[in-house]
Design a protein around this ligand. Structure first.
Ligand SMILES: [Cu+2]
Length: 236
């Protein structure tokens, strides 16, 4: 079976491929005869001048080029709406986090089923580096859907999970949401995707995707690699 790297990235990539193929095929069908007809029927003095001939159209052709594009539009619209619904609706077993953006950083809360915060990660502003200490990384389990509730403390930010190809505005006073799933453990970028002031270019976070057992241990605080690293870092 094909190994899927991330959702909804997979569906976006498929949708782009579908639209691209349809667009290129239509372009060729329209442009090639178009160029041919421009050449063949171009104006030549004494030939095919006004009044030379009369054309009453062709009902079959008219019907064909009305019905076929209508079908294409309906198919694309239905397919695209299905993709939209899938990427918008988090699977029921999704783990929930809440991310609050601020000038300039992120506060990530891990919520239990009752909506209580069980762990918090604060990613603070660093204008001089694109590295992050371990305990400022947003940790999530690999192969599990994650629903992120989003808001902001000041201006509008945007939470962009690069490997999952998904972004959503963080608006003060409002909770927006997105969901993603990354199947391959690793470290990935998160960026703010809405210009939010002079620190915007350093408003990033790292998404650390780990195997589920490792995530469970991290959440319980059994292996808080994070704090240990920070202490070591502070000693340097
Ligand atoms: Cu921002």
């Amino acid at each position: 079976m094909e190994q899927v790297f991330a959702y909804p990235a997979k569906w976006w990539s498929e949708a782009v491929a579908v639209w691209l193929v349809v667009a290129v095929v239509i372009y060729i069908i329209v442009a090639v005869p178009g160029i041919y007809f421009i050449m063949k029927y171009r104006f030549k003095p004494g030939e095919r001048e006004i009044g030379d001939h009369e054309n009453h159209g062709h009902w079959g052709l008219e019907a064909l080029w009305t019905i076929v594009p209508t079908i294409i539009v309906l198919v694309l619209a239905t397919y695209s709406f299905a993709v939209f619904k899938k990427q918008r609706t988090a699977p029921p077993d999704a783990m929930v986090i809440k991310v609050t953006g601020f000038m300039w950083g992120w506060e990530t809360e891990y919520l239990d089923e009752q909506g209580n915060t069980v762990k918090k990660v604060l990613t603070v502003f660093n204008p001089t580096s694109y590295e992050l200490p371990e305990d400022q990384k947003i940790v999530v389990p690999a192969g599990k859907p994650v629903k992120a509730l989003l808001t902001s403390r000041d201006v509008i930010h945007s939470f962009y999970v690069k490997p999952a190809m998904i972004t959503e505005d963080m608006v003060p006073g409002r909770i927006t949401h997105l969901w993603f799933q990354i199947n391959e453990p690793g470290e990935y970028w998160i960026f703010c995707r809405e210009f939010c002031g002079t620190g915007h270019s350093h408003m990033f976070a790292k998404l650390k995707v780990v195997p589920p057992e490792q995530f469970a241990a991290w959440l319980k605080g059994e292996t808080n690699v994070a704090n240990r690293d920070l202490e070591e870092g502070q000693n340097i």
